[in-house]
Design a protein around this ligand. Structure first.
Ligand code: SAH
Length: 601
């Protein structure tokens, strides 16, 4: 999934069209390349056609010389906030260069996505990339915060100059603060030192303090506005009164999470239109629900009329409740204009409303080396906002981390807590990668996450679940010794933590008898040494002592060790939990340092 859309690609040569072809995006070509499959032909010169693409897209990807692209876009560049991101790919498809960022770091992410799709190297020159700090102008996106007013360029410039930016977070999830790179030039205290800029995270509106330092605002969606109105009140009147109440109390419209009222108002045209204009959810409550909520300004007259003494205050509180109602930030305010009248009240919630549905990406990170990771898994890891997994695997993936990602490592025994935490963060709207080595669905975390979701009554949709397969230890070990898995094979874990010993013995017996090539996972730990002995005894009943056996330790990791031995000699070598064991079948033979299991052609 590209990080932004709509997107378009452009090529003017057959090589260029070929390089861009793998991207699942519209490809524009000149009439001379009309034969290019599924390309759209633009009429005339590219410089005349480009302005329309420039206006209509969030990002443009060129397969053209950088100089040519610079000349083409120079007359179109206006400002960082509205220009599309521009990515240039060379004609050999080796590099993807982020030429111009577009807003909110989109250029960098788009470039990385393009590079991953094409198997190219991304070239990024932005300060956030080279200095490795969290880009502040995208900080709140994962949480659904809205970017508010401020001098974002000034803040970036201060960081680039090496100055400290002070962060004042008055609301919204502070989890990101615990996952900053060590050198992050942010300060969370006002320690007398004059900062190079100030970043506010607050439901309050930008009260830009006078001064020479740049300031900028993020607004977590913490405010729930309750509203009551006369039948037929117009959207303009409602919008103006809401603006007035927000202004009076110094609150940001961007911090609004939703509008709420009484059931009777569910079809009130003005309210529906206002909600649509502000792109806010609008919900209504039954009078019995509202009646039960204690409010500061109940009205007996309202009670007589609609069956609850409060509409605005009670609806505001009721709508904030699922996010942890904190307090009524604005008690009932009445507005009138001619025959139109309305009341507003605004509740503040503990946790922000995040409109993103959240996702769980169950990622197999492969055996170890990063080049054994699939392109899809790599892309998911880049895009994920959270990584959850066992510490060792997260360390192996460290070079792929991008500043700002939340990384939670868990010890090996806390699998269930790990899954619950992942689900919780996905339910808050984040894209969470749950990482297992090898394949996530082979003695990994995928099954446990799905079981846990099922237990919670998951609807199968939210959070969305996607599995990214990985190369298993079994495949990695096999690859190191040629072709031992050419015929039927199975894998058996010798860990009796979750499987009764008797069952393991039964499976070993069955595999041995049925002549499966057999992979043993978790073969031996410091305390569990008997099962591998039992396994050898069982296999020796069905297979020759000289049956080839491979002990593959830390495959595709530092300290990799591949030992080819025999069933009889199996126990004379060290075996531990970083090892996977392959036992050949009756026909497997050794040739040089390799194993061949004949298919029988
Ligand atoms: N999900 C993983 C398996 C995890 S179980 C997969 O798909 O391969 C953990 C066991 O896997 C270890 O005890 C060891 O037997 C094996 N293992 C995992 N990575 C390995 C590696 N790089 N080299 C050898 N064995 C490995």
């Amino acid at each position: 999934m590209p990080p932004t859309h709509p997107l378009a690609t452009l090529a003017v040569s057959p090589q260029g069209a070929q390089v861009l072809a793998p991207l699942p995006l519209p490809l524009h070509v000149p009439p001379s390349l009309a034969a290019t499959p599924s390309a759209q032909v633009y009429p005339g010169a590219l410089k005349d056609f480009l302005p329309s693409l420039w206006r209509e897209n969030e990002g443009l990807i060129f397969a053209l010389a950088v100089g040519a692209v610079v000349r083409l876009i120079a007359p179109l560049l206006q400002n960082k906030a509205t220009d599309p991101a521009v990515v240039v790919v060379d004609l050999a498809g080796k590099w993807a260069l982020c030429l111009s960022g577009g807003h909110q770091g989109q250029g960098d992410r788009l470039t990385e996505w393009v590079a991953e799709q094409l198997g190219a190297e991304a070239i990024l020159s932005g300060a956030g990339q080279t200095l490795g700090y969290v880009p502040l102008d995208t900080l709140g996106e994962p949480w659904g915060w809205r970017r508010g007013a401020g001098d974002w360029t000034g803040i970036s410039a201060a960081l680039a100059r090496g100055e400290v930016v002070q962060v004042i977070q008055e609301g919204g999830d502070p989890l990101w603060q615990k996952h900053l790179p060590p050198e992050q030039p942010l300060s969370f205290e006002s320690d007398g030192q004059k900062p190079g800029g100030r970043l506010w995270i607050t439901p309050r509106s930008a009260a830009l303090e006078p001064g020479d330092r740049p300031q900028a605002y993020w607004h977590p969606r913490l405010l729930w506005a309750g509203v009551g109105c006369t039948r037929g009140a117009g959207a303009d009147f409602l919008a103006e009164s809401l603006e007035a109440v927000l202004a009076q109390f110094g609150l940001a419209q961007a911090a609004l999470a939703g509008l709420a009222s009484l059931d009777l108002k569910a079809d009130e045209a003005g309210l529906l239109e206002l909600a649509a204009r502000l792109a806010l959810p609008f919900q209504t409550f039954a009078p019995e629900v509202l009646k039960a909520i204690p409010v500061p300004n109940p009205s007996e007259a309202v009670n007589q009329e609609v069956g609850t003494p409060s509409v605005a205050e009670a609806a505001a509180i009721a709508s904030a409740a699922p996010y942890g109602y904190r307090k009524l930030r604005v008690a009932k305010q009445i507005y009138k204009a001619g025959a139109e009248a309305c009341t507003w009240a605004i509740a503040l919630a503990e946790r922000e409303f995040n409109p993103h549905p959240g996702a769980l990406w169950l990622v197999g990170s492969g055996p170890g080396a990063l080049d054994q990771l699939t392109v899809a898994a790599r892309s998911a890891l880049k895009q994920a906002q959270v990584w959850i997994g066992y510490g060792l695997y997260l360390d192996l993936l460290a070079p792929l981390r991008r500043p700002g990602q939340i990384v939670e490592a868990y010890p090996i025994t806390q699998e269930r807590q790990r899954c619950q935490r992942a689900i919780e963060l996905a339910q808050r709207g984040l894209n969470v990668a749950v990482i297992s080595s090898g394949d996530c669905g082979v003695y990994g975390m995928a099954g446990l996450v799905l079981e846990e979701l099922q237990q919670q009554g998951w609807d199968g949709k939210t959070p969305a679940v996607e599995v990214f397969p990985g190369i298993t230890a079994l495949q990695a070990a096999a690859a190191k010794v040629g072709a031992p898995l050419m015929h039927d094979f199975c894998s058996i874990s010798l860990s009796d933590l979750l499987t009764p010993r008797e069952k393991i013995l039964l499976r070993l017996e069955a595999a041995a008898q049925a002549d499966f090539v057999t992979a043993l996972y978790n073969p031996q730990s410091q305390t569990r040494v008997q099962l591998i002995r039992d396994c050898q005894t069982i296999f020796l009943r069905w297979r020759a002592p000289e049956t080839p056996v491979v002990l593959a330790r830390s495959v595709y990791r530092d300290g990799e060790q591949i030992t080819c031995t025999t069933l009889a000699q199996l126990l004379t070598h060290p075996i531990d939990m970083l090892t996977v064991v392959l036992i050949g079948n009756g026909a497997t033979r050794r040739y040089q340092d390799l194993l061949i299991t004949p298919r029988g052609y």
